[in-house]
Write a protein that binds this ligand. Structure first.
Ligand code: GDP
Ligand code: ZN
Length: 355
């Protein structure tokens, strides 16, 4: 594992040159939790970096904090497997959600992503409006979107759906695939180049994990065949939030990426209720659910009759359905992911991150 395997290139090297001379080292962020950034540095193994006060003082918005995918300049703590974050290098692309109607705050989810696979399923969940929102999100951050219409095996109107999706995709490639039958998987693999960073977005249940597992499995097979012929070993390396596929492409899959599907879907709920959305901007609590909170503008409008009870109940019902669906899916995804990781750990030669 070296920096080039992780996407480092000549332009980065140039950007980094002045920092190099002050004793800093480049590293890519592969995990983020409350207190630490898990990074892969130029030299040595995975280590945890902390953002020191002098870095935090310069940060004016949460969006500027390191995210999975970021390239950092870090300073090693002598004699320890630890480092301090000095600065974040230029972000080429990013995925973020903006909260319109509030003081516009951008939440950056992942950065330096080359390809965003926007996954829709060819079953009852197929949703062109959602596809549109997903494409906007991918394009806003500068990444290349590629639409995957999954579960082709369940659909009898593939041509029609393909035409509809292509009409919405505005020139983005649209691939018909099936994680189950492996239809279209070779075409997806054409987008997976060594050191290229990709993410999968899409509603829960459309088959993101199945596609990642499928791609992972096929590449393991392909590289095993290579290994047999040239007897070169290959390490498969996987961190919690960044998977290095055996062919060398990098898949970022963070909890934040999972939340975004929920958000995009509920955006749809909000679009259907612009009146309530407008009221909601006046609620005291930013994350008001308009059910039990004090100083809720929606409930107040309900009390004065400005908002009818019927309409309010429709809104609450739809919101609840989404929350329930997402919770059930998240639970299931979590156990499937754990199983996948266990299998991955068992089967392949692994470099284990410290800590
Ligand atoms: P995620 O929530 O987007 O990660 O979706 P999952 O990968 O967990 O898939 C959700 C469900 O759809 C699972 O039961 C999968 O087995 C199923 N599924 C995924 N891909 C396909 C496919 O191509 N065809 C069919 N028939 N089912 C699929
Ligand atoms: Zn409210």
């Amino acid at each position: 594992m070296n920096l080039h395997t992780l996407g480092w290139d000549a332009t980065r090297e140039q950007e980094f040159a002045p920092l190099q001379s002050s004793g800093l080292e480049p590293a890519r962020v592969v995990t983020v939790d409350k207190h630490h950034f898990g990074v892969l540095p130029r030299s040595g193994d995975f280590l945890l970096a902390r953002a020191p006060g002098r870095f935090l003082h310069r940060v004016t918005r949460p969006a500027e904090l390191p995210k999975v995918g970021d390239w950092l300049a870090i300073r090693r703590v002598p004699g320890e497997e630890k480092a301090l974050v000095e600065c974040v290098l230029t972000r080429r692309t990013w995925l973020s959600r903006k909260e319109p109607g509030r003081e516009v705050e951008e939440q950056v989810l992942v950065t330096n992503v080359d390809v965003v696979f926007v996954v829709q399923s060819l079953d009852a969940a197929f949703n062109l409006r959602l596809l549109q929102r997903q494409l906007v999100m991918a394009r806003e951050g500068g990444a290349q979107p590629v639409v995957l219409l999954n579960k082709a095996d369940l659909c009898t109107e593939v041509e029609q759906r393909l035409a509809e999706a292509s009409g919405t995709a505005g020139g983005a490639p649209v691939l018909v695939v099936s994680a189950r039958t492996r239809r279209g998987i070779p075409q997806v693999r054409d987008w997976l180049k060594p050191a290229r960073t990709v993410v999968f977005i899409g509603a829960s249940g459309v088959g993101k994990s199945s596609l990642i597992n499928r791609l992972y499995g096929e590449e393991v097979q392909a590289t095993t065949e290579v290994r047999e012929s040239d007897s070169k070993g290959r390490h498969t390396t996987t961190w919690r939030e960044l998977i290095v596929l055996p062919g060398g492409a990098l898949v970022i899959d963070t909890p934040g990426m999972r939340e975004v599907h929920m958000w995009l879907a509920t955006e749809g709920v909000h679009e259907a209720f612009p009146d309530i959305e407008a009221l909601a901007t006046l609620c005291h609590f930013r994350d008001c659910s308009h059910s039990h909170e004090a100083r809720c503008a929606v409930k107040e409008a309900l009390a004065t009759g400005q908002l009818t009870r019927d309409r309010y109940e429709q809104f609450v019902k739809l919101q609840r359905e989404f929350a329930f669906l997402e919770q059930a899916q998240a639970q299931r995804n979590y156990s499937e992911r754990k199983r996948f990781m266990r299998v991955a750990h068992r089967s392949f030669n692994k470099q284990k991150p410290a800590g």
